[in-house]
Design a protein around this ligand. Structure first.
Ligand code: SAM
Length: 184
């Protein structure tokens, strides 16, 4: 947990550097699945070292990227990585968690979490209902996992449809998988 789950201290800094190298390919694949558009407003939950936030901001130069992560070490790393986009106001990275997202209803076109759901304190209804709340009608959610994340595919799609998402779909790639669904 101190290195990867909720990074803290020296181990957390090291964990952030490792995740920045290892998780980017899966994160970019999830961005392809979401088909991020230049004007999209995107939320990443549990952004870790901020590599995917940075990549979203490049794909959505006229849009906006927001994120929450409860680890001060990760917020610091991600803010440093996204400094220029933050200065221009296109990126907003906050200390916070999935259980209580500090954003208005119907705010985002797309929301994603990579290798994060498995470490949320309350991984079921409260957090995913929060994601549903902040997505615009028609907005997409993507929960992506590398094959070494420890997360099982079982029940993910049922969970998303159980809280009112539609068109749940499991996508597979060589090094992981992603549950996708849409807010009606
Ligand atoms: C294994 S890391 C993955 C980081 C990044 N998404 C990646 O793929 O490299 C898990 C991240 O989820 C964050 N996290 C832990 N609990 C969380 C929660 N309740 N809500 C949101 N993020 C959380 C951690 O602080 C950490 O940055």
């Amino acid at each position: 947990m101190r290195a990867f789950g909720r990074p803290q201290g020296v181990l957390g800094r090291l964990g952030g550097a490792i995740m920045a190298r290892m998780n980017e390919p899966l994160g970019n694949w999830v961005l392809d699945l979401l088909a991020v558009q230049p004007t999209d407003h995107v939320l990443e939950i549990g952004f870790g070292p901020g590599v995917i936030v940075r990549n979203v901001s490049r794909r959505a130069p006229q849009g906006h990227v927001a994120g929450v992560d409860p680890s001060p070490v990760m917020v610091e790393q991600a803010r440093a990585r996204c400094a220029s986009a933050m200065q221009s106001g296109r990126v907003d990275l906050r200390l916070g968690s999935a259980e209580s997202l500090p954003f208005a209803d119907n705010r985002f076109d797309k929301a994603l979490a990579i290798n994060s759901v498995q470490v949320w304190q309350e991984p079921s209804r409260r957090s995913t209902r929060e994601i549903r709340r902040v997505l615009k009608p028609g907005g997409l959610v993507a929960l992506g996992f590398t094959s070494y994340s420890g997360q099982s595919r079982d029940g993910l799609l049922e969970h998303l449809s159980g809280i009112g998402f539609t068109a749940p779909e499991m996508k597979e790639t060589g090094n992981g998988f992603c549950a996708l669904a849409r807010k009606p």
